[in-house]
Design a protein around this ligand. Structure first.
Ligand code: HEC
Length: 197
């Protein structure tokens, strides 16, 4: 049985390798084929340690917890995933594979433990970063985010509006704010060439 599983994973690996060795296939342009998506998901499902796959979310679902997670998502995840989880962000579609719609049944079908594992360890060869760093508080944060991902298919326009106020601002917006603050504080504007002091 164990041998069959190993052979299965090896043959999936062989097919993926063949797809990846085709000319141009290390570019991040384009969309993965259905075959590549299915095989990669299947391989990842089995590559997730079963202790994680079957783990239950240790954090209770409470309004306070969901509010925390909403804030955290708006701050750390929304620039790629969008406040509503749709993945429709300026960057989202340019990853290979593209940022998925987290409301999609395919994602919602993942177990809590699998979602935790993705958030905590990231996904190799994709744009999805790892967020865990071994501190227990980070574990808690990741489990809270799992609750929030479950909430995304039912997110309300009011929640999305609130999240917009929590999104990190861009460098340009911060520069503009700083210039405005200085102007209001009665300081002169720096010349456009900008020397720093
Ligand atoms: C730099 C961009 C970026 C950021 C920031 C980011 N993600 Fe992702 N995320 C991705 C990409 C790209 C994928 C697609 C990976 C894949 O298809 O396997 C992804 C996939 C996922 C998935 C689905 C995994 C799967 O099996 O398809 C979940 C869940 C997820 N991200 C949660 C989060 C959470 C929660 C955060 C914030 C803590 C976050 N992401 C921050 C880029 C990002």
């Amino acid at each position: 049985m164990k041998l069959l599983g190993t052979l299965g994973i090896l043959s999936i690996g062989l097919v993926l390798l063949t797809i990846w060795l085709l000319p141009g296939s290390f570019s991040a342009k384009g969309t993965p084929s259905d075959l590549e998506v299915t095989l990669a998901r299947f391989a990842r499902h089995w590559a997730t340690p079963s202790a994680f796959r079957d783990a239950n979310n240790p954090i209770p679902v409470e309004p306070k917890i969901l509010a925390d997670a909403l804030h955290h998502f708006a701050d750390h995840c929304a620039n790629c995933h969008g406040n509503d989880g749709s993945g429709k962000t300026p960057m989202g579609p340019n990853f290979y594979p593209p940022v998925p719609d987290l409301r999609d049944p395919m994602i919602q079908a993942m177990s809590d433990g699998e979602l935790f594992y993705v958030i905590h360890y990231g996904v190799r060869f994709t744009g999805m970063p790892a967020w865990g760093n071994g501190e227990p508080e980070k574990d808690t944060e990741s489990w809270k985010l799992v609750h929030f991902i479950r909430r995304l298919p039912h997110i309300t326009p009011e929640e999305v509006r609130m999240m917009k106020t929590m999104n990190p601002s861009t460098q340009a917006e911060r520069d503009e704010q700083e210039a405005l603050d200085r102007f209001l504080a009665g300081e002169d504007f720096e010349p456009a060439a900008g020397h720093h002091h």
